[in-house]
Write a protein that binds this ligand. Sequence first.
Ligand code: PMP
Length: 441
Amino acid sequence: MPSTPTLSANPEAYWMPFTANRRAKRDPVLFSAAEGMHYIRPDGRRVLDGIAGLWCVNAGHRRPEIVEAISRTAYELDYAPSFQMSHPLAFELADALRQEAPEGFSNVFFSNSGSEAVDTALKIALGYHRARGQGQRVRLIGRERSYHGVGFGGLSVSGIAGHRKPFGNLLPYVDHLPHTYDREQMAYTRGQPDWGVHLADALERIVALHDASTIAAVIVEPVAGSTGVIVPPKGYLQRLRQICDAHGILLIFDEVICAFGRVDGAFASSYFGVTPDIITSAKGLTNGAIPMGATLVQQHVYDAFMQGPDSAIEFSHGYTYSGHPVACAAGLATLDICKREGLFQRSRELWAYWEDAAHSLKGLPNVVDIRNIGLLAAIELAPLEGKPGQRAYAVHNACLERGCLIRSAGDTMLLSPPLIIERAQIDELFSVLADVLRASA
Ligand code: PMP
C-alpha cells in the first residue's frame, strides 16, 4: 500500500537530508502522528518505534507535559535575546543539567543541535588553551568510525569517509585515532569487549608525532552510535583519560546519543567511570520535541575563560537561539519526566532483557555480529555482494511494512527504543526483525 495518500504537496520541493532524494521521493515514508511507543502513518497504520525517532525520543512520543510546557512558554515568551540578555528558564535548565552532570561540571552552553554542541565544544577547547597562554595547541583528534554531526568542526573530527569526501575543505590539524571494532576479536560480545584497550595507545603515538604542546583536545563518542553501536573496550576510555591528563590535552565526550538514560544514568561517562572535561548532548535533552544542544564543561574549563578584564566578552560564540525559551521549557519538562518516572533506572532494569532479546538473533541468516549496551543494540549483517548497505536497507523496509521502525546504517540494523518500552514490545521488535531475516535468506 503506498504511504502517501495524504501528501497533497508536490514532493519535489523538499530536499530531504541524508536521503537518496530521487528514490525516496517516489513514495516517501511519512509519519503523521505519534504517541507513546508508536508512530502513526497517514493511512492509520501504527509503527512501533525501535529507534526513538533518531535516538532522541527517550521518554516516548508526544508527552503531554512537554507539549504543555512548549505551548505555555511559546504563548508567554516567544523569544528572548540570547546575547547579553536571557530569561529565567535558561538559568533553570543550565542549573538542572549541572546537577545531573558528573562531579566537577559547572557550566552549560546552549545551542540548537548536536552538531552545534560539538562545534561549540571544539571552539571551547581551542579557546581554553589560548586563554591559558597555549594558543599553539590547535590540533584536534577524533576517531575513525565516529559521527560528530555535520558542521565543519564536527565533520572534520568525524570518521565516516563518505560524509567527509564530498567536502574536501575540512579543518586542518586534525588527526584520527583508530576505531575500536574488530569482529574477529569481539563478535557477539555482550556489553563492553575485553579486547582492545591497547587501541587507546594510538593516542600516545599521535602525541609523539606532533608533540603534546600542539594538541588541544581528543573527542570521542563513549559508544559510537550511528556508525554501529561500537562499544568501548574495557579500560579504553580510562586509558584515553590517562594519556590526555599526562599531556594537558582536553577530553571531550560526545554524548549526543549516549546521554539521558540511553546507556546508564543521565550521562554515560558516569557509567564508564571516566570524567571528561567537556560533554556534548542534544537529542534526548528535549525528548526530540524541540531542537536543542548543550555543551557542558568542567569548572576548570570555565574558569580559564573567566580571566582577563571584567568588561570583555570571554567567549566570542553563541547562537540567536541559544537557550531558546521554548527549548528550555521542553528540556526542563523532559528532565522532570525522566526523574519522576525513574526512566534512567528503568533503562538499567531493562538492560539484561534487552541484551538477551538482541542476542537471540545469533545464528539467523546473514547475521555476523550483535552488539549492545544500555538500550542500544546493533545487528550486523553480511553485505550483499557488490551492494553495500542494500541488504540492511531492505530489512529496514520489510520491518517497517510489518509495523516496526528499525534503522539501517551501512549493513547494520540499529535499535535504540524509547526508554518507556515494555518487555512485550522488545519481544515484538526482535521477533519481527528475526522473521524478516529468516524470510530474506
Ligand atoms: N554527535 C553524535 C554522537 C550524534 O549521534 C549526532 C547525531 N546523530 C550528532 C553529533 C549531530 O547531532 P545533530 O543531528 O542534532 O546535529
